[in-house]
Design a binder for this molecule. Structure first.
Ligand code: ADP
Ligand code: MG
Ligand code: ZN
Length: 476
């Protein structure tokens, strides 16, 4: 039997506010344990939460960007459970009246656009962190993270493959980073997800029983964990077993998921409206103001790069994955660079060099105008595409102007026909056997001669001129 997977993601994004969601404590990552706490976030009896307006603004912004309906009235609820990192004994979250609902996100997969539904986006507070390694024999609790604002983005079960799940999560990260509402730092836990996975025989309409994989913190792990889980469920069913609804953890080192606990139902949490917080009413004018102030979003930018600059869908998708990268590209074009050539250099050589040094486009040592200037030199035939590789490396390393590098290193392309022809005749004279084979019909040897000429001229001969003249000389 053939199976198909059904996947829904719950993405948790830490909002990039300076202070926590219900108190004025700092949200800065990496501080000494328990130095960013107060009576509210450490759960002291009687301490009252006060809503951070920025959290609402950021969540509404995200909801708009993901095509959600913004609820005019939304309510905070208490989700009750016991765990040492949760001093109040409940997490303030949203339940039946979330702030955003009924949205969708578009992803591009193998050149095709797919739409993934967003069930809801709600606001909640993070819990603290248990430290099991800090003191031998004890577990300690750090409450710096308690009450840090989170947004939970719940997708519809619209995802069908592990790769699609990873692409979707990347897209969510891209959108949040464009908006500036979440830094998307997965190593520090600013973006993590739970993956719900089930399988069903192809053609069956009903969903199978799902398991929930908790706290996945990298794109690679999303893919790997879901892959493992699909495989596990299929094998289980094939061997006569039954998938049970449960919460599982991904063990990255072992490359497998394992059962953590039976899955709890909503009623286990005894949700009820938080009496300490008033319902949130948002007015239409305020939402319209947020909508009007929003930056151009990645999808709009991708479509514009295709229509305005004639870029292939693939290039446009890669370049718009990061807003600063997209802007960098646009600045090359504004400085006179041809769009497709600019895209090739950025996606190829530039990204390679940046990746090698683990740099982002933000601290790229090269300015967009410099790449544009180099493209102009290629266009005008001053340097060949091959020499341009050398110029580009030098440009990246030194930040000197392209024209200066070309002059200093004597890299100007040789287009002088008589000089090139002299070189060609010398090489052809020295290669009688190859010439004979070429004339006997082995046209592949053209490549050999071109190579010889380029070698002799240290790559500086204008390839177009070389090809024309070679053909003339070889054909006698
Ligand atoms: P909770 O995990 O809190 O019980 P929900 O019932 O809202 O929350 O579901 C959470 C996620 O599980 C959603 O992303 C949803 O798309 C996904 N989901 C629901 N049913 C299935 C299923 N049978 N297979 C895979 N994913 C599912
Ligand atoms: Mg869940
Ligand atoms: Zn606090």
């Amino acid at each position: 039997m053939k199976y198909e997977a059904v996947i829904g993601l719950e993405v948790h994004a830490q909002l990039a506010t300076n202070t926590k969601i219900f108190c004025g404590c700092s949200t800065r990552f990496g501080a000494e344990p328990n130095t960013q706490t107060c009576p509210v976030c450490s759960g002291m009896p009687g301490a009252l939460p006060v809503m951070n307006r920025k959290v609402l603004e950021y969540t509404v912004k995200s909801g708009l960007a993901m095509n959600c309906r913004i609820s005019p009235l939304s309510v905070f609820a208490r989700k009750n459970y016991f765990y040492p990192d949760l001093p109040k004994g409940y997490q303030i979250s949203q339940f039946d009246k979330p702030i955003c609902e009924h949205g969708h996100v578009e992803i591009v997969l193998d050149g095709e656009i797919r739409r993934i539904g967003i069930t809801r986006i709600h606001m909640e507070e993070d819990a603290g962190k248990n430290l099991h390694e800090a003191a031998p024999g004890y577990s300690l609790v750090d409450l710096n993270r308690a009450c840090v604002p989170l947004m939970e983005i719940v997708s519809e079960p619209d995802i069908r493959t592990p790769r699609e799940a990873a692409v979707y999560m990347k897209k969510v990260r891209t959108i949040l980073r464009y908006l500036g509402v979440c830094d998307g730092n997965m190593e520090q836990g600013s973006l993590r997800c739970d993956a719900n996975v089930s399988v069903r025989p192809v053609g069956q309409k009903e969903f199978g029983t799902r398991s929930e994989l908790k706290n996945i913190n990298s794109f690679r792990f999303v893919e790997k964990a879901i892959e493992y889980e699909i495989d596990r469920q299929i094998k289980l069913i094939e061997s006569g077993g039954k998938v049970v609804q449960e919460t599982r953890l991904w063990d990255a080192a072992a490359g497998r998921t394992y059962s953590m606990r039976g899955k709890e139902e909503a009623h286990d949490y005894r949700y009820f409206p938080d009496p300490d917080l008033v319902p949130i009413e948002v007015d239409v004018a305020w939402v319209d103001g947020i909508r009007a102030s929003m930056v151009e979003l990645p999808d709009a930018m991708r479509e514009r790069f295709v229509s305005e600059f004639g870029l292939p869908e693939y290039d446009a998708e890669v370049l718009t994955a990061e807003r600063n990268l997209a802007e960098w590209f646009e600045n090359v074009v504004k400085a006179g660079g041809a769009p497709k050539a600019a895209s090739n250099w950025i996606m190829g050589d530039l990204m390679k060099l940046l990746n090698e040094e683990n740099r982002s486009i933000d601290d790229c040592p090269l300015k967009p105008a410099q790449l544009a200037a180099m493209l102009k030199l290629i266009d005008e035939g001053v340097i060949s595409g091959k020499i341009a590789k050398t110029v580009f490396d030098e440009l990246y390393r030194t930040g000197k102007e392209p024209a200066e590098i070309v002059k200093e290193k004597g890299l100007v392309q040789i287009s002088d026909e008589s000089a090139i022809e002299d070189e060609i005749r010398r090489i052809v004279d020295a290669s009688p056997k190859e010439l004979e084979r070429y004339r006997a019909g082995d046209v592949k040897l053209m490549g050999f001669f071109v190579g010889q000429v380029m070698k002799a001229t240290k790559g500086k001969a204008n390839p177009k001129v070389v090809n024309e003249l070679l053909r003339k000389v070889l054909e006698g």
